[in-house]
Design a protein around this ligand. Structure first.
Ligand SMILES: [Zn+2]
Length: 468
């Protein structure tokens, strides 16, 4: 039985969806005002892993992810960049979709843009006003947290001493300043042409109400799982609960899954490569990007991940080892071999499921896989595999990959293989060094290329390269 750590109860609970094997899942999506940070992307890798595991275990899924395309941050960015809000958010939405593809993250069934659901938000706010959970003040509408006795429960907050009636207009604030928060924000000059008409006058929704309105519209008033990073627990998810439960009188979400932080560490890295906060900054080659996915997958989602250039390099070499193993299994052509692979496959599958069932303990599950990797490498070097047993192993690693999603082809690797400008430049510099008979420079550049997964061969026709 799958056990999940539920932030609400702060304990592992047996996962029993509301409706048999059907899982309704909502993920807080990106605020599309800049290129996605790798910390945020790592959260979506974890959601992807969770979805893949549910499918592997026979569940069906309905997954909704929102795109926050109007809030404090998007409006500020559009003003700073001097472009219309829609143009800005479309640009970064496209970039986000590309990042998802690069990381082999399966699509949600529905990406809901906030600006397309303003009516749903207004009607949710109207319900809250009617029921006495919200009040209007100078064209804005605020949620009255004193009306919701369970406020603070998700974040383990004690509301004792909180100022009754004090308000906060910003979407984001710290636990210490829990106040009546804005559901609807009256238009100000800074909003420019971004506003909608409502019975309270011109304005726009607050960030928190966006998720409540869209989640309930597509998944129902009560649904199974809500995901996000730990920094969303308060105030965002707490506010979603307060809004939704006050409006419907029903529980909002059964399981809250939160992903621990990814820290970008190591001053050395910052010095050598500058900023490392977006995928294009860390992913100069497909090997870098896949190694990043592997790193996130192989770390338990409730353990913080300390991301440095060194750990990325280590992950790259692990991925090379795995890819190499699959390649070797594919080329085994033998009818004689004594290895008993099926027992090992059965045992590994059992352990893998056992550890994934334990709150998606991928660190243990990946370790289980590596026991078999090591065993298989031994068999290969002893020539102990038949074509049949090599195929069985290959298929089993692909079965695990249905969940882990670490072996895949990036769009830029398909068809004509092309190199990034950086790598093409390195190859050219090496050719020049050879022409100049500067062998040590040429060797050094060859090693640099190898570290990026490009092997160089000097042939009579000139220099050739291949990915390794
Ligand atoms: Zn949200």
């Amino acid at each position: 039985m799958l056990q999940l750590f539920n932030t609400m109860s702060r304990s592992k609970e047996t996962f029993t969806p509301l409706n048999g094997k059907e899982v309704r899942l909502y993920s807080c999506g990106p605020t599309v005002y800049n290129n996605a940070h790798i910390g945020n992307l790592s959260t979506y890798v974890v959601v992807d892993l969770f979805k893949r595991y549910l499918s592997y275990r026979g569940y069906s899924l309905l997954h909704v992810m929102n795109l926050t395309d109007v809030d404090d941050k998007t409006i500020r960015a559009s003003r700073n960049e001097g472009v219309p809000l829609a143009e800005l958010t479309q640009r970064y939405t496209a970039g986000f979709m590309k990042d998802l593809e690069s990381l082999n993250i399966g699509h949600a069934d529905n990406y809901t843009a906030a600006t397309e659901h303003i009516d749903d938000m207004i009607s949710l706010i109207e319900t809250l006003v009617e029921k006495g959970f919200a009040y209007e003040s100078e064209g804005s509408v605020y949620y009255k947290i004193a009306m919701f006795p369970e406020y603070g429960k998700l974040a383990g907050l004690d509301l004792e001493g909180m100022l009754d009636g004090a308000r906060v207009d910003n979407d984001e604030y710290a636990k210490e300043s829990a106040r009546d928060f804005a559901l609807w924000k009256a238009w100000t000059e800074e909003d420019g042409d971004v506003f909608w008409e409502s019975s309270w006058g011109r304005g726009r929704p607050g960030w928190h109400v966006e998720c409540s309105a869209m989640a309930m519209k597509y998944l129902g008033e009560t649904f199974d799982v809500h995901t996000g990073a730990v920094d969303l627990i308060f105030p965002h998810h707490q506010n979603e609960i307060a809004q939704s439960e006050a409006a419907t009188g029903k529980p909002y979400v059964k399981y809250w899954l939160h992903r621990e932080f990814l820290n970008i560490g190591g001053s050395k890295m910052a010095k050598s490569t500058g900023n490392m906060s977006t995928l294009s900054e860390i992913g100069r080659t497909p090997a870098d990007i896949k190694a990043f996915r592997y790193l996130v997958v192989a770390t338990h989602y409730r353990t913080g991940l300390n991301f440095t250039e060194e750990v990325l390099e280590a992950a790259k070499s692990t991925m090379r080892r795995l890819t190499n193993l699959l390649d070797r299994l594919e080329t085994v052509d033998s009818s004689g071999g004594a290895a008993q692979v099926s027992d090992s496959i059965v045992r590994t599958r059992q352990l893998f499921i056992e550890h994934m069932d334990d709150d998606l303990n991928t660190a243990r599950a990946v370790a289980d896989m590596f026991e078999l990797v090591q065993e298989t490498e031994g068999w290969l070097s002893q020539g102990a595999l038949t074509t049949e047993s090599a195929t069985a192993l290959y298929d089993f690693f692909q079965e695990l990959n249905q969940v882990l999603g670490i072996f895949y082809t990036l769009p830029e690797e398909e068809g004509e293989v092309s190199l990034s400008e950086d790598l093409a430049d390195l190859i050219q510099r090496r050719e020049q060094a050879r022409k100049n008979r500067d062998w040590s420079e040429a060797d050094q550049l060859r090693d640099e290329l190898l570290a990026e997964g490009i092997a160089i061969k000097d042939t009579a026709k000139g220099t050739e390269w291949e990915r390794v």
